[in-house]
Design a protein around this ligand. Structure first.
Ligand SMILES: Cc1ncc(COP(=O)(O)O)c(C=O)c1O
Length: 379
């Protein structure tokens, strides 16, 4: 096992005062402490009912109210109008890689997909199981170190939709301008790692989805925004759990839903609102990312960023030192200083700092200071 793989298996992490650490994990990721503390209480007694959130019937009045509030909070933070439906769907974002084409990739037709990183590649692979895919941008040639420039990922005539992944979690790149869809078609966005980290722009879109475990809540569930006119256009020859209209009709509970996850997402959305909304989240993300990039730039070449700067993700910052052993030592030493989850994805190696909405600026500052200190000692 390489040194980095060994660390991924579990480096000793020294907690900060108070018992928590700065968690730079790509997901599941840090959640707001305030929300976790509220959940501690709600596990035992939800809204004074004497029953905990895990124990409440998903058809009872207490959960009815909670479900309505979580839906409403999600749609408020999304800032979308009544022409959009917000759905809580089990199964993670990967289920959407298949469910989207099963519903909207017509037999004999095709869909456009931009390949900008590991998750986009996986979405393409699953769509190909269902039907024909046209790849509008192939980022493998540039090792996924950049996203397409404006109009580089051109849509093809007759495509049912154009799928893109706005923030590439593994390679730390983001699109600076959304792609276009073919005439009469719509965009489908995987926003798993940047949902609510900036204002959501749904222009040109029919579909936006995001796994919850980065900015919203627990793993195993996905938030879907779907334009209401598409609800009637999904394939009808599918089992109920694969049909968006069934989720909409049943208010996200065609079966027993993830009641706990729905509660967490509602609490996190209200936390975002209390912090000043998605605009405040965007300012904080820029501040955190700026601190890390400055430490890279001031290291005299010791640290190198993976992404081209113009499309650097403000959320996932991937960088390397001079060699795998140095990266591994950095990850281990950072863990001993109370900074966890910094090893890069198993497909890329290197170091990755994932800083979602709940990461305090103090965490980015601690990491930047430690990067400087480490580069001085090892440079
Ligand atoms: C951009 C993106 N899309 C999709 C996924 C897959 O999510 P899940 O594991 O919930 O299926 C991830 C997971 O990290 C991701 O970062």
């Amino acid at each position: 096992m390489s040194a980095v793989a060994g660390l991924r298996a579990g480096a000793p992490v020294r907690p900060l005062p108070g018992g928590r650490v700065f968690n730079f994990s790509a997901g599941p990721a840090a959640l707001p402490l305030e929300v976790l503390e509220q959940l501690q209480h709600d596990l035992v007694d939800l809204h004074g009912s004497g029953i905990g959130i895990l124990e409440h019937s998903h058809r009872g009045p207490v959960f009815d109210e909670l479900l309505a509030q979580s839906h409403a909070a999600f749609l408020r933070v999304a800032g979308v109008g009544p022409e959009w439906a917000g759905l809580f769907i089990p199964g993670g974002a990967t289920l959407q890689f298949g469910m989207l084409p099963m519903n909207f990739l017509p037999e004999g037709g095709h869909a456009d997909y931009a390949d900008t990183g590991l998750w986009a590649t996986k979405a393409i692979a699953d769509a190909k199981v269902v039907g024909k895919v046209n790849v509008t941008f192939d980022g493998k040639a540039c090792r996924f170190d950049r996203t397409p420039r404006e109009d580089e990922a051109s849509p093809s005539r007759g495509a049912a939709y154009h799928h893109w992944c706005s923030n590439n979690t593994v390679d730390g790149t983001k699109w600076t301008v959304a792609p276009r869809a073919a005439e009469g078609a719509w965009l489908a966005r995987d926003a798993s790692s940047d949902i609510f980290a900036e204002p959501l722009d749904v222009r040109g879109h029919g579909f936006v989805y995001a796994a919850a475990q980065k900015n919203l809540g627990p793993s195993g569930m996905t938030m879907v925004l779907i334009r209401r006119d598409l609800l009637d256009r999904g394939c009808r020859k599918l089992p109920s759990m694969l049909r968006y209209d069934e989720y909409e009709k049943g208010e996200s509970r065609p079966n027993t839903p993830n009641t706990f996850g729905i509660h967490v997402v509602g609490l996190v959305c209200r936390w975002i609102e209390r912090q000043g909304g998605v605009q405040a989240m965007q300012r904080l993300a820029a501040e955190r990312c700026g601190l890390i990039l400055k430490a890279i730039d001031e290291s005299g070449g010791f640290w190198r960023a993976h992404a081209e700067r113009w499309c650097q993700s403000p959320i996932n910052v991937l960088f390397r030192g001079p060699g795998e052993a140095i990266d591994a030592a950095f990850v281990a030493e950072a863990a001993a200083q109370g900074m966890d989850g910094l090893a890069g994805h198993r497909s890329t190696g290197g170091i990755r700092a994932s800083m979602y909405n709940a990461m305090p600026v103090a965490g980015a500052k601690a990491l930047a200071d430690f990067m400087r200190d480490f580069a001085r000692r090892r440079g």
